[in-house]
Design a protein around this ligand. Structure first.
Ligand code: ADP
Ligand code: MG
Length: 251
């Protein structure tokens, strides 16, 4: 039995695993006949269905790889609450221009003002643009490097953290860092320096990093590399977490 060209087309799409094109074939053929569409336009319309779904899947995978603490984006950020944040500056970060220049961003400010939220928003925007991105807390990064060192695979681990086009290191300074750990922490910073962009969040003023890292020399070496090509966004004001608390008090 010979197949009609329609049957053959369905079979070919199935063989090539072009599921979306297969699913939308009838509808696109109907549309094409109705509108007397040229072949090229029909081909574009049909292939676009496949591409759209693949792009969505890719974005989903990239965001998943990023290990973000939540999927909060810039649209969820209330700029009117946080007047010390320049919206245009954040939009510029979202454009990923800083990544082209291998520049860093530091969000500095007290707890609850939106540092992690903003860093995550930028990370998700990067992941959606297929920029390999990874989010990690400073404490976890150090613990991972420590474990890797004990297991004699520090080099591989450092390479792993260097390969991301964008790394977000959250919460520097929330916990004190032992000198041995500071030495470890310095390494990914040094390896990424001028090669890759990193976003940092911290609640500790740079002047006090000596205390966080115990050794002023180490603190300086780390700060030097972080700040050399960096935009520092200092956020002041109330914690968003306590917003409702304040609202209640007003009533
Ligand atoms: P930080 O990292 O500075 O301690 P977070 O980014 O974790 O603060 O913010 C604390 C919580 O408040 C999060 O749930 C965050 O999404 C929310 N939040 C903070 N600032 C804003 C804002 N301006 N608009 C909307 N949500 C905010
Ligand atoms: Mg935070």
């Amino acid at each position: 039995m010979t197949l009609t060209s329609y049957q053959q087309a369905v079979r070919n799409l199935e063989y090539l695993k072009l599921k979306q094109m297969q699913a939308h074939l009838n509808e696109v053929v109907d549309f094409s006949i109705r509108n007397q569409m040229p072949f090229m336009d029909t081909l574009v319309k049909l292939t676009s269905y496949e591409i759209d779904v693949r792009e969505q899947n890719m974005i989903h995978a990239m965001v998943k790889v990023g290990a973000f603490p939540h999927l909060k984006e810039l649209s969820d950020f209330d700029f009117s609450f946080q007047s010390s944040v320049n919206r245009e500056q954040i939009l510029d970060f979202i454009s990923l221009r800083f990544i082209e220049g291998n520049e860093n961003i530091v969000f500095l400010g007290p707890s609850g003002v939106g540092k992690t939220h903003l860093a995550t928003s930028i990370g998700i925007a990067a992941a959606k643009k297929r920029t390999s991105t990874y989010f990690i807390k400073c404490h976890d990064l150090i613990q991972n490097l420590k474990r890797a060192m004990l297991e004699n695979r520090l080099e591989a681990r450092l390479k792993h953290y260097t390969k991301y086009k964008l790394l977000i290191i959250d919460e520097i300074g929330y916990l004190p860092i032992e000198p041995e750990d500071a030495k470890l922490f310095f390494q990914p910073i040094d390896m990424r320096y001028e090669k890759r962009s990193t976003i940092f969040t911290t609640n500790v003023n740079f002047i006090s990093w000596d205390e966080v890292f115990r050794e002023p020399k180490r603190a300086n070496a780390i700060l030097d590399r972080i700040l050399h090509h960096a935009t520092v966004v200092t956020i002041v004001g109330e914690s968003y977490r306590l917003k409702d608390h304040f609202d209640h008090e007003d009533k």
